[in-house]
Write a protein that binds this ligand. Structure first.
Ligand code: NAD
Length: 440
């Protein structure tokens, strides 16, 4: 059992704190957001994440976990400090390390003995060394400490399962003392039966592993989207092409699903971040630049498709099924839906939408859409429907009922979730991504 403090109660911080408590540690989770901390103290989750509320409740009840606004007290009470604050993109490019700097300075002021300071936030290579210097510079009393880079790979929507059974644990650190502490924390995962491999390396390599992994996954998505765009023109079906490619173990089948592109708080920010890191290092990353360009254009292909079926979109009513960038999350950051909504409105269309979970977030953010009560309600009087997010609930819709309530019959399947023959047999004018071979 270790005394741990996790700074930041967002997706990563809250899940990390909860799972570390669940592994038997004593965890204090700190945030500057008063409403968030008060809510958490009362058992209210600030985010939608399957299984999180129950796990927080269980660990709070067992007194292994608590929430506070008091970073000083948390730093003083903990041997290990995980930093999980946001690292948003900077205006004009680059990674904004402002929040990391504030936390590092506070740690420097409040530490009263040896501390292991662990970066969970995604930060450019060189940040660990910069933090070390900053903390040394700002310490009010001289205390030993070590910086560890321990990037997080969890996915929103399956964050708890991902944290508890990761593919690997990356620990970047050259201090044996800190490494012993980190290995002990992760022992429940690295020991049998899970035997999760630990990659022990230096801080810079660990920091780079995270960016390179996200950029590679984004590359797979943009790659298959470009292939889809070609498939449409040559009469091939991208679903079959992707299946055929994915069976090759060197390629793998995941992240080869064509559609309207990636979004969320990580891939867009981390690809841009990596481009800037490389540029500053004097090496322009052409592949990643192309990945970003392809992804920026992909949501707008929905508009091309709508216009090719409907002509002008002025005065049309378009219904969106889903808003979040992927299922099982209410996160709307960088969701392709926002680009589609903006383009539709610019062309004079009205936009109706329903998301099983993210509608509340869209309302809070005052998105310019008519939020509907259900997918059926969204379809009411629409000229066209667009599948934005592949929620399971949309796969099971009574499409005949959907068709009856629409004014038009266009269905653009932005995630290739429907069987083209079945949908067309219901009278839809159906279009998807890269299904050239399936054109009626
Ligand atoms: P988030 O915005 O959901 O949460 C960040 C939290 O930090 C917020 O609650 C904010 O109030 C808090 N915070 C900011 N300054 C603070 C301070 N001085 N003291 C205490 N708390 C402070 O962000 P997130 O999605 O959890 O991402 C955090 C980091 O993890 C980022 O670097 C991100 O790139 C990385 N990451 C995110 C994911 C993901 O799926 N969201 C996955 C892997 C890695």
């Amino acid at each position: 059992m270790r005394k741990i403090c996790v700074v930041g109660a967002g997706y990563v911080g809250l899940v990390t704190a909860t799972c570390l408590a669940d592994l038997g540690n004593e965890v204090i989770c700190v945030d500057v957001d008063e409403a968030k901390i008060q809510g958490l103290q009362a058992g209210e989750m600030p985010i939608f994440e399957p299984g999180l509320a129950e796990l927080v409740q269980r660990n709070m009840a067992a007194e292994r976990m608590r929430f506070t606004l008091d970073l000083k007290e948390a730093v003083r009470a903990s041997e290990v400090i995980f930093v999980a604050v946001g690292t948003p993109p900077k205006e004009g490019g680059g990674v904004d390390l402002r929040f990391v700097a504030v936390v590092a300075e506070a740690i420097a002021q409040h530490m009263n003995g040896y501390r292991v300071i662990v970066n969970k936030s995604t930060v450019p290579a060189g940040t660990g060394a910069w933090m070390e210097e900053l903390i040394r510079d700002r310490q009010t009393e001289a205390h030993e400490f070590d910086i560890v880079s321990n990037p997080e790979f969890l996915r929103e929507g399956s964050a708890i399962a991902d944290f508890k059974a990761p593919d690997r644990i990356v620990l970047g650190c050259t201090s044996e003392r800190a490494m012993r502490v980190m290995r002990a924390i992760y022992e429940p995962l690295s020991n049998a039966p899970l035997e999760t491999p630990i990659i022990a390396t230096n801080v810079e390599s660990a920091e780079m592993i995270k960016y390179a992994s996200n950029a590679f996954l984004a590359t797979k998505i943009s790659f298959i989207n470009e292939i889809a765009n070609v498939c449409e023109r040559v009469g091939a079906n991208v679903d079959t092409v992707a299946r055929g490619m994915g069976m090759d173990k060197r390629i793998g089948s995941r992240f080869l699903h064509a559609g309207i592109g990636y979004g969320g708080s990580c891939f867009p920010k981390d690809t841009e971040g990596l481009i800037e890191i490389a540029e500053r290092a004097g090496y322009p990353l052409r592949i990643v630049q192309a990945v970003v360009e392809v992804n920026e254009a992909q949501p707008l292909r929905v508009i091309d498709k709508l216009e090719s079926h409907l002509g002008s979109l002025d005065g049309r009513s378009i219904g969106l099924l889903g808003l979040s960038f992927k299922p099982n999350t209410d996160d709307l950051r960088e969701a392709p839906s926002s680009k589609i909504i903006e383009a539709l409105r610019t062309r004079g269309a009205t936009v109706r939408a329903f998301d099983p979970v993210a509608s509340g977030e869209a309302e809070r953010l005052k998105w310019p859409v008519q939020l509907c009560r259900s997918a059926y309600d969204t379809a009411e009087g629409c000229d066209a429907l667009v599948v934005i997010t592949e929620w399971d609930a949309f796969k099971e819709l009574d499409l005949a009922r959907v068709r009856r309530s629409m004014r038009g019959c266009v269905l653009i399947d932005g995630r290739n979730i429907y069987d083209p023959d079945m949908v067309r047999s219901l009278g839809f004018d159906y279009d998807a991504f890269g299904r050239g071979g399936d054109k009626a």
